[in-house]
Write a protein that binds this ligand. Structure first.
Ligand SMILES: [Zn+2]
Ligand SMILES: [Zn+2]
Length: 103
């Protein structure tokens, strides 16, 4: 797979990150690769529901211990975000989307 710089270039040109076809609207991959990617992801999730949960939990712990927002991974503000595990941005999202059960 190409470098991140290459990916950035492809994205800027509106092309698929895996091939030279144009990417679908709002996606970084072409129709074919968006589909294969989704299929692979769905299969993996089906096969590894516990691993997936463990990976998310590990990420949560890592972010929490590193003083990062558990929602998006950005650095927390020591004053504004004191005693919290999510950044003001994520808290605003949480407020706007009450069904989102992130942090
Ligand atoms: Zn493609
Ligand atoms: Zn956040």
């Amino acid at each position: 797979m190409g470098s991140t710089a290459w990916k950035r270039k492809q994205r800027a040109k509106g092309l698929c990150l895996y091939c030279k076809r144009p990417a679908m609207l709002g996606e970084t991959l072409c129709a074919k690769h968006t589909w294969t990617h989704r299929q692979a992801q769905a299969k993996w999730t089906q096969r590894n529901p516990i691993k997936r949960r463990a990976a998310r939990a590990a990420e949560y712990r890592h972010r929490k211990s590193a003083g990062l927002c558990v929602g998006c991974g950005s650095l927390l503000d020591p004053d504004a975000d004191r005693g919290r595990v999510t950044c003001s941005n994520c808290r605003a999202n949480l407020y706007r989307h009450p069904t989102w059960k992130g942090a």
